[in-house]
Design a protein around this ligand. Structure first.
Ligand code: SF4
Ligand code: SF4
Length: 257
């Protein structure tokens, strides 16, 4: 995801569409197998954490403590969780083994994108955002020497980043909006709220159901029940609410006192 400010860099990329073709194959017999799972920085998205904490049968709080590291994402200035690499010589991902990724079907969005990056740009004063794709080629990656042909879309269908993009849509919009706003100071309370709603879903559940939160908004009962029992619904709600709270957008009607 990129903003107008980064357009200069983007213009130098070879831009791809969903129909663009390329050759690539990643498999266990390839000489570089798992080389891409060390010495990297992975910024986690809200849906990444939801999937991984479920996979590992952990609370979001425990997952954050054990597997993540807090950082500030520039230029947005917002706090994000990055995957904590191991202390070994290669700084390996905690989930990589010689047999591959141990959480493969729940791996983060970043691992699903490679080798096709995705960017979104928005012209100043324009309503519409423009999306495009580009190659991310690591020197050690031999996958481009293989013969299997894909289009960008067939690759994405195979790796399923679209589901992650849909689930993270409001979060991505918050990052983009904050980036385009420039260096506006955000109060600490809002930064903490952003981090909790983005990453600590179990704490956000307590915030919603064990405080006066639900007394403040006109939220249909059926919707409340859905959120109570379903992490995905709660996360979707949380991110929409977060966006409306941070940027003064209309979401659910506030109750009159
Ligand atoms: S470096 Fe490339 S080909 Fe090798 S394992 Fe990683 S993604 Fe697959
Ligand atoms: S989560 Fe899996 S695919 Fe991603 S870096 Fe770690 S081991 Fe590799």
């Amino acid at each position: 995801m990129e903003t107008n400010d980064q357009k200069k860099n983007i213009s130098t990329l070879h831009q791809l569409t969903r129909d663009s073709k390329f050759k690539f194959r990643c498999h266990k017999e390839i000489s570089c197998f798992t080389k891409c799972c060390s010495g990297i920085k992975i910024v986690l998205t809200p849906y990444d954490i939801l999937r991984m904490k479920k996979r590992l049968n952990m609370t979001s709080g425990d997952f954050l403590l054990k597997y993540t590291f807090p950082e500030t994402l520039e230029p947005s200035g917002l706090p994000v969780a990055t995957l904590k690499m191991q202390e070994d010589e290669n700084k390996s991902c905690p989930f990589v083994t010689s047999g591959g990724c141990t959480i493969y079907s729940d791996r983060p969005a970043t691992c699903r994108y490679y080798p096709i990056g995705f960017a979104m740009i928005k012209e100043e004063n324009a309503d519409k955002k423009e999306e495009f794709f580009f190659f991310v080629k690591e020197d050690h990656c031999r996958g481009f020497e293989e013969d299997k042909e894909w289009t960008v879309q067939s690759w994405r269908d195979d790796q399923e980043p679209d589901l992650y993009d849909r689930m993270n849509k409001d979060w991505t919009e918050i990052l983009m909006k904050k980036q385009t706003m420039g260096p506006v100071e955000i109060p600490d309370k809002s930064l903490q709220l952003f981090f909790m709603v983005s990453y600590d879903l179990d704490q956000f559940r307590r915030f919603v159901f064990e405080s006066s939160f639900l007394e403040k908004y006109e939220i249909p009962e059926t919707f409340i029940e859905k959120m109570r029992n379903n992490d995905e619904e709660l996360q979707r709600f949380g991110l929409r609410w977060l966006k409306s709270t941070l940027f003064g957008e209309k979401f659910f009607q506030e109750k009159r006192s």
